[in-house]
Design a binder for this molecule. Structure first.
Ligand SMILES: [Zn+2]
Length: 803
């Protein structure tokens, strides 16, 4: 589309000028009003910047630019989450070592990112695969180790046979590998864990203090999964072992007729009689082939095996058979449940295997014979019967009383359980930070002293996965370890989960070049927590929980002063293409580069923002972008051709449009409703276009309002208007409500029938707002002397107080 405005020349020109003026470099020490604007940093995987990145980064920059014009010292950094599977997979696909491809991909991405025209402070960029960065990833591991929050444990782990790596629970979606979709299997491996569970309570309670989307907070609450319950101790017949069972339904314990252990429960080996071992062993092998999701799927038929041992129900002293069944997971709760007639799953399991059931609970009212006859399962709260001294009590009361009884008899206690598991940080992959641990010839783990950091990732390694940690192949790595620590010493061959790298990067942006400290405490105190964090909702549980945990731990270690890293969090919506999610396989991915080359970055940015509310996203259309192209040309033409520099001030008859526009654009941006902010500017330019000429001040207000949304265009017009400073350094325009006449009404205020003043309120103000505003008037207040006896409001006209 032809027009007077040529974005490609203009945008390149201003980007160069901004760069050489260093206008986006933030002096972290001197800044008086810190505003830390952060977006989730990208993986430089070689797929280049896509629309999703743009939709995360560009509107975030627009909001940061608005904050800057509101007088804040904005810090807006950008970096690269370069370790991990995407980079390694790309390297495997293309046959180039990750270090090489990453360097190239980062360069490409920096060029693309620079073309957005954001305020990134490139002086303070970071790349998590640089040794200057992963030195701190390793330092963090050492701190966790020192404070006993890092430990090694053998356990069944999720394993992807295709990627040949261990996956965290979070990386398994419905039994499939989150990365490649292959079915995940269980594999026993020695792994490093970080004790995030120690912070479960704080991770949960602090959520109330955060300005985050409610949905995300709810996802974290569910992920942490707190439940209050009881632990019941069952004796094992003919054994000194005690079986501990966690339950939230101790009110049904009188009906417990069998108990079920997870197949891998440690007691199984100790208490299974020899003659049952064959069947038990076969069942356990079968279980290993299943994922957690398959095991707990409510719709699947349940299987199990009686192990031939018996437990003693502590409240009835009856002996009950012990079973193993794969629907009980070893790593959840105590890995054991007591089973009874008032749990749907137990009920069906008992019916299937002919285990007797005993009903002990009925509903508070209504027919209950089907329940008493075991024709149907009642699993709600109700009234106890067949339950000794607790018969007749309501479930809720019975739970407390039975737990107290168990505590008294020393065979149980009240406990709080969390669904949250410790964070598995070991990865059997090449492209990650080496774990700073070495083993002595006896196999004991020792932390690597800090003076040896960064503990370099060796380069003499085939990066193709083999099922074993690739670092095993490095001669240099093994020799290095022996040279420093002694003959027979070996390094840890696993690398760290990439979520470790991203759990503290927000601190390292603030500590650029500091090799002595993770972060300067004064800078941390001043700049943290992050003022605004914007990124995808897919990070609701993993990254956003890990980062909170790490920040809390660092506070306890004494390195930071804040507990929470991100005070305000916003998730951008999704950009679709004709209703469908963009994906390479569908071939419907919109490449920003060609649109930016044709129409400029401002047009692309504004079109994305115009599609819908930022948190909802929108649907891409090649023709829709034309409206924004026309808008940009029109703004340029109207303001450069019609502005009369000799007439500065606006005349009263046009003041209303001016102030209304300021108000609507300001309120829209404040709420991240960039789409309505752009509509506001469209209406404003329509009004200006109809006029013979535009006073300079009004033109300047328009350009300032436009500046966060179309920074290059705004700067170009600003320059044409004869301004010497950058428009992004101007103050945000303020509106004067006295010019918003049609939207307001004047209300007279009387006290005991005498007029004591008047107030100007918005015409949609409520009665309550108007009365409370009326009471606050100085001249009214002094006649009120406390609360009036009567308050009368005549809509649109009068407030009358009687004292
Ligand atoms: Zn996989």
């Amino acid at each position: 589309m032809k027009g007077s405005y040529d974005p490609s020349t203009v945008e390149a020109k201003w980007q160069k000028v901004w760069n050489s003026a260093k206008t986006f470099q933030t002096d972290l020490k001197k800044a008086k009003h810190p505003y830390y604007s952060l977006v989730m940093f990208p993986y430089p995987s070689g797929d280049k910047l896509h629309v999703g990145h743009w939709y995360n980064f560009a509107p975030a920059d627009s909001y940061a630019r608005y904050q800057r014009m509101k007088g804040m010292d904005v810090f807006e950094p950008m970096g690269f989450d370069a370790f991990g599977l995407p980079a390694e997979n790309y390297a495997i696909k293309t046959g180039t070592p990750p270090a090489e491809s990453i360097t190239k991909n980062v360069e490409t991405m920096i060029q693309q990112l620079s073309r957005i025209g954001t305020m990134y402070d490139w002086q303070k960029t970071l790349n998590t695969s640089d040794s200057s960065y992963y030195r701190w990833t390793q330092w963090l591991f050492l701190q966790m180790y020192k404070h006993k929050l890092a430990y090694k444990k053998m356990g069944l782990v999720n394993y992807c046979p295709k990627d040949q790596t261990v996956l965290a629970n979070e990386q398994v979606k419905e039994g499939l590998c989150d990365r490649c979709g292959t079915e995940v299997i269980q594999k026993p491996l020695d792994q490093w864990f970080w004790k995030i569970t120690q912070y479960a309570e704080k991770l949960l309670s602090n959520l109330d203090t955060l300005d985050w989307p409610e949905k995300t907070k709810l996802m974290q609450r569910n992920w942490i999964g707190k439940s209050e319950g009881s632990e019941v101790h069952f004796k094992i017949e003919g054994s000194t072992e005690i079986l501990k069972i966690f339950t939230t339904r101790v009110d049904t314990i009188f009906g417990c007729t069998f108990v079920v252990l997870a197949p891998d429960h440690p007691l199984v080996e100790k208490i299974t009689p020899k003659e049952h071992w064959g069947a038990v062993h076969a069942y356990r092998e079968e279980t290993k082939k299943k994922t957690d999701m398959q095991r707990t799927d409510l719709n699947k038929d349940k299987t199990g095996v009686a192990i031939g041992a018996f437990a003693i129900n502590p409240v009835t002293e009856e002996r009950v058979p012990i079973w193993i069944a794969d629907f009980v997971l070893g790593h959840y709760g105590t890995g054991a449940v007591f089973a009874d007639a008032h749990d749907e799953r137990d009920f069906l399991f008992a019916k299937k295997y002919g285990i007797p059931l005993k009903p002990t609970l009925k509903p508070e009212s209504g027919e209950s014979s089907a329940i008493e006859n075991l024709e149907e399962c009642f699993s709600g709260d109700g009234i106890l019967y067949n339950s000794g001294e607790f018969s007749g009590l309501h479930s809720a009361i019975a739970r407390k009383k039975i737990t107290a009884w168990l505590e008294d008899k020393d065979c149980g206690r009240s406990v709080t359980q969390f669904r949250l598991r410790d964070w598995l940080v070991s990865r059997q992959r090449y492209w990650g930070s080496p774990i700073p641990i070495v083993y002595d010839p006896e196999g004991n783990a020792h932390p690597i002293p800090e003076k040896h950091l960064p503990w370099m990732l060796p380069t003499d390694v085939e990066f193709l996965p083999t099922g074993r940690s690739p670092l095993h192949q490095s001669k240099e790595f093994i020799e290095r370890t022996e040279k420093i620590f002694g003959k027979g010493w070996t390094p840890e061959f696993d690398t760290m989960d990439t979520f470790v790298c991203s759990s503290f990067y927000y601190l390292r942006y603030l500590a650029q070049g500091d090799e002595k400290h993770l972060i300067d405490p004064a800078i941390e105190k001043k700049w943290m927590p992050v003022s605004m964090y914007i990124g995808g909702p897919e990070h609701a549980t993993m990254h956003l929980i890990y980062a909170r945990f790490v920040m809390m731990a660092l506070k306890d270690f004494g390195f930071v002063s804040h507990e929470e890293p991100f005070q305000r969090l916003v998730h951008q919506g999704l950009i679709t293409n004709q209703g469908a999610k963009m994906s390479k396989s569908k071939g419907n991915v919109v490449s920003p580069d060609s649109f930016v080359a044709d129409y400029g970055s401002d047009v692309f940015r504004m079109y994305l923002m115009f599609m819908g509310p930022f948190t909802d996203g929108g649907d891409w259309s090649d023709t829709g972008i034309k409206g924004i192209i026309r808008f940009v040309q029109r703004v340029h033409t109207v303001l450069t051709e019609k502005t009369n520099k000799k007439v500065v001030q606006e005349i009263p008859q046009h003041a209303q449009v001016l102030h209304k526009s300021i108000k609507s654009v300001t309120e829209s941006i404040e709420q991240l409703h960039f789409n309505t902010a752009i509509s506001g500017l469209m209406q404003f330019i329509n009004a200006l276009e109809e006029r013979e000429s535009i006073p300079l001040d009004t033109a300047k207000v328009f350009v300032r309002l436009l500046s966060p949304l179309a920074p290059h265009l705004a700067q170009e017009i600003w320059d044409t208007l004869g301004e010497k400073e950058f428009v992004h350094d101007e103050l945000w325009p303020e509106y004067d409500s006295k010019f918003l006449q049609s939207d307001t009404m004047t209300i007279v205020v009387q006290v005991n029938g005498k007029v004591r003043g008047d107030i100007v309120v918005s015409s949609d103000a409520s009665k309550e707002e108007i009365i409370s505003l009326a009471k606050e008037q100085d001249n009214v207040k002094k006649f009120l002397d406390g609360n009036p006896k009567k308050e009368i409001y005549v809509p649109g006209k009068l407030v009358s107080f009687v004292v």
